[in-house]
Design a protein. Structure first.
Length: 101
């Protein structure tokens, strides 16, 4: 299993304790394909769910897959949208590079 010392692409953030920087998690071609698949807000070709404005910690566009965090009840709710296959390789790669996190 990888450790922070075994993969030079994974390092602790210098100021944000408990956060890590993972260099080159995706190849440029993988990143481009993922961004194309995600689409732009308002683009009818974007993947589901559509982008929507969110206001948690400030305004931003977002999409959500997988379990939903219920902050009020401090629980997790069933997903409205399951994790799409197009994102599963990112999770696998992250586990390979930084499974110790």
């Amino acid at each position: 299993s990888p450790t922070p010392a075994s993969d030079s692409r994974v390092r602790a953030h210098p100021r944000l304790v408990g956060n890590y920087i993972i260099e080159d998690l995706l190849l440029p071609s993988e990143e481009e394909a993922l961004l194309t698949w995600l689409g732009q807000p308002g683009d009818p070709r974007q993947c589901a769910p559509e982008w929507r404005e969110r206001y948690f910690n400030g305004p931003a566009y977002g999409k959500a897959w997988g379990v939903r965090t219920n902050l009020k009840q401090r629980t997790q709710d069933a997903p409205l949208h399951p994790m799409p296959e197009q994102l599963r390789f990112v999770v696998t790669r992250l586990r390979e590079m930084a499974g110790f996190l």
